[in-house]
Design a protein around this ligand. Structure first.
Ligand SMILES: *[C@@H]1O[C@H](CO)[C@@H](O)[C@H](O)[C@H]1NC(C)=O
Ligand SMILES: *[C@@H]1O[C@H](CO)[C@@H](O)[C@H](O)[C@H]1NC(C)=O
Ligand SMILES: *[C@@H]1O[C@H](CO)[C@@H](O)[C@H](O)[C@H]1NC(C)=O
Ligand SMILES: *[C@@H]1O[C@H](CO)[C@@H](O)[C@H](O)[C@H]1NC(C)=O
Ligand SMILES: *[C@@H]1O[C@H](CO)[C@@H](O)[C@H](O)[C@H]1NC(C)=O
Ligand SMILES: *[C@@H]1O[C@H](CO)[C@@H](O)[C@H](O)[C@H]1NC(C)=O
Length: 667
């Protein structure tokens, strides 16, 4: 904990030092009332700290005739309202704005603000560097005679910094790909460790992504962090409207879908106003700035056109370009609720497109896997046909190949199970396109078949014979080993609690949308049970395996526990939630780094080091194989024994052929 606090405080000086060259710009613009008097087509305003100037690119129209308004400008940052000013436009500029002239403003310019406005003093330096700033500005025009709201525009502000980084997505993806390649090589041995680490890694990525799917009031910072891992759930979309999303939109429209389409625009403008970054339920207006912005004569007397007025607004009210400005009120249907809708829309996937996106990404993965499997099968066939390689090797490869493929199908199923369950259940709750629903049923049945058949076979074998049979039946071990081979023989059933936990979590996430507290409690109970199971059952072959897996389970438990701070009904303040979000993100990041280091160590990096040792203690040939095997207890002996005992053990022979060649090249 101390280390993490130190880490956080280390980054603070960086934030402050880097300040001074920052800028603030609008990240979304929405109407908070259906527009009548003020129409905004484009509102792109930036404030530059370095030269205290604003740049704007605005297309706006005032269309009302004979209305006199007062303007209110409200600025909300992390739920605090430091600025809440009301200006009676009739009292300004000798009444030039009273009644409001009908005027279309279209222009872009960059100009320095007069120091007298004091904008640079009012914006704290941290606002320019803190990632995923939660701030918005609101301009309201109220009719001075009737008191009716004539126009209301809201804009969120950003400083361009975010915990969502494309580099992180590529790096985590590259690690997963590397693990996959090494695992594909190592997985000829059923006890090789990397295939299990591949599942651990992807499941952990999915845990992080899924942790942002609950109906909680996440700080923007945490949701952006979790979005780095969305790809592990199969949620892949490009920022500008991708063809895939468009195709899904069309498919849904043709099959009875009625829900909103994907959009390339930022989703932040559509987020429910009660939660981050809007934070309008916890307004602690501690002495808001009430002095009139335009009371300063040097700022107002220079020019008497609405242009200048808009500029002055721009100082506090900085809006941005969007495709089309939408109206978002408490009861409009386009509001994004906490949970899956906000998460997927912020990565440019419509809520109703989420399952189809995963489905299509899944199909692509399956197609690639089938292609590779076919390619290998083709080369085996060619080897046979043209007599390449030793006859013995060929027949061993051919006989072990089906088990290898089936083991990888099981691994793919285990990887896809959690996201598919979440989004299938979520799809059912949407009642959108019938085709999406049909495909979701088929996808669920398919993945359950892939995962549950091996579960059934394994449990049956263990019951009919004995758990030991799971190790001795090498055919079964090679085919269904991914389920249980990493556990001790007495604990072969340990995959059951994990599968049940994944199911309960998926149901809680998908069916519990809208009930954040209940979701957190269910997840907390599940994670607590998993930690207890790890500690009580100690399922792994080695102490190291238990410690490692328990560590990951504890990380999940602690982070889920911290999420209680995000429950809306508890009403934790925005700044405290950002701090908690940062702590969770750091804990998860450290765990990912630990996982990656573990993977690199098991991928053979430590083999280099071990070989030096091995030369010293001469005859231990088994050493290099150990580096990538789960435990020292059973495997090496059994495998070298059965390798000589050819007829009974087709699979293990070819496995040891591969590991022999491996070792020979090492020498
Ligand atoms: C504008 O409205 C004011 C007050 O409602 C009214 O007194 C005035 O006559 C109106 N002017 C025109 C041109 O309609
Ligand atoms: C801003 O001020 C207006 C009146 O001056 C008040 O009605 C409103 O509640 C204030 N808003 C906030 C968020 O403080
Ligand atoms: C604004 O001005 C630009 C260039 O002057 C023009 O291309 C654009 O169409 C105008 N927009 C509107 C909405 O009038
Ligand atoms: C202020 O600085 C920004 C960024 O360096 C620049 O784009 C803008 O033109 C400058 N504005 C003025 C008025 O110099
Ligand atoms: C999509 O975005 C990239 C860069 O972000 C840009 O180069 C490309 O032109 C965009 N494509 C479309 C169709 O807007
Ligand atoms: C979504 O897009 C499709 C075509 O791309 C269109 O037919 C449909 O009306 C759109 N639906 C909504 C709700 O905008």
């Amino acid at each position: 904990m101390l280390a993490r606090l130190a880490l956080l405080s280390l980054s603070l000086p960086f934030l402050l030092v880097a300040a001074g060259s920052g800028s603030l710009f609008t990240s979304s613009v929405t109407y908070c009332q259906p527009p009548t008097e003020l129409l905004v087509q484009q509102f792109d305003v930036s404030y530059f700290q370095v030269n205290n100037s604003i740049s704007f690119d605005i297309v706006a129209q005032s269309v009302g005739s004979n209305i006199s308004v007062s303007a209110s400008i409200l600025f909300n940052v992390y739920g605090i309202t430091p600025v809440n000013v009301t200006i009676d436009l009739c009292s300004l500029l000798g009444g030039a704005l009273c009644p409001l002239p009908q005027y279309t403003f279209n222009g872009s310019q960059s100009l320095a603000l007069p120091a007298a406005l004091g904008v640079s003093n009012r914006v704290p330096a941290i606002a320019f560097r803190i990632p995923d700033l939660e701030a918005f500005a609101q301009l309201t025009l109220v009719d001075v005679h009737t008191g009716e709201v004539q126009a209301c525009v809201q804009a969120t502000l950003s400083n361009g910094w975010s915990t969502r980084q494309i580099g992180v997505e590529w790096a985590t993806g590259a690690v997963a790909l590397f693990t996959l390649l090494v695992a594909a090589w190592q997985s000829t041995k059923p006890h090789a460790i990397l295939p299990y680490r591949l599942l651990d890694l992807l499941h952990f990525y999915q845990t992080i992504a899924a942790s942002a799917l609950l109906s909680l009031n996440y700080p923007l910072l945490y949701r952006a962090f979790a979005a780095n891992f969305a790809w592990a759930m199969g949620l892949i979309a490009s920022p500008n409207n991708s063809r895939l999303q468009h195709a899904i939109d069309t498919m849904r429209a043709l099959t009875g879908g009625h829900l909103a389409n994907s959009s390339s625009a930022s989703a932040v403008g559509l987020i429910d106003r009660k939660i981050s970054p809007w934070n309008t339920n916890i307004v602690t207006a501690s002495s808001p700035l009430t002095q009139s912005l335009l009371a300063d004569p040097s700022a107002s007397a220079t020019n008497s056109t609405p242009t200048n007025l808009l500029l002055a607004f721009g100082a506090l009210q900085q809006l941005s370009s969007v495709d089309e400005v939408q109206t978002v009120t408490d009861d409009s249907s386009n509001v994004l609720q906490a949970g899956i809708p906000i998460y997927v829309n912020s990565i440019h996937i419509a809520t109703a497109n989420a399952f189809m996106t995963i489905f299509i990404v899944g199909l692509v993965v399956v197609a690639i896997a089938l292609g590779i499997a076919g390619l290998f099968y083709g080369s085996l066939y060619a080897m046979d046909r043209f007599g390449w390689g030793k006859e013995h090797t060929r027949s061993e490869l051919k006989s072990s190949y089906p088990a290898y493929i089936r083991a990888w199908a099981l691994r793919l199923g285990l990887i896809g199970l959690f996201p598919i369950m979440i989004f299938v259940f979520n799809q059912w709750s949407l009642k959108d396109s019938w085709l999406s629903t049909l495909l979701s049923v088929l996808a669920l049945l398919a993945i359950l078949a892939v995962v549950l058949y091996p579960v059934y076979r394994t449990l049956r074998l263990a019951r009919r014979e004995s758990p030991d049979a799971l190790e001795f039946n090498l055919e079964h071990l090679a085919t269904h080993g991914p389920l249980y081979a990493q556990y001790r023989t007495q604990r072969y059933y340990y995959f059951l609690p994990l599968l049940v936990a994944a199911f309960v979590k998926a149901v809680a996430i998908a069916a519990g949308q809208g009930h954040g507290m209940a979701q957190v409690v269910v997840l907390l109970v599940v994670e607590l049970a998993l930690v207890a199971a790890h500690i009580l059952l100690k399922p792994y072959h080695s102490r190291g395996g238990d410690v490692f897996s328990t560590y990951l389970a504890i990380v999940r438990l602690v982070c889920t526990g911290c999420m209680i701070a995000f429950v809306e009904s508890i009403g934790v303040g925005a700044i405290a939630r950002v701090a908690v979000g940062a702590v969770i993100a750091v804990i998860f990041s450290i765990a990912v780094i630990v996982l990656i280091i573990n993977i690199f160590l098991h991928a053979g990096v430590n083999r280099l080091w071990r070989r030096n040792n091995q030369d010293a203690r001469a005859p231990s040939r088994q050493g290099s194989a150990d580096a990538s095997t789960l435990e020292k207890g059973i495997t090496p002996h059994r495998f070298s024994a059965t390798a000589d005992n050819t007829s009974a053990t087709r699979y293990s022979t070819s496995a040891s052929i591969l590991s022999h060649t491996d070792r020979d090249t090492n020498k």
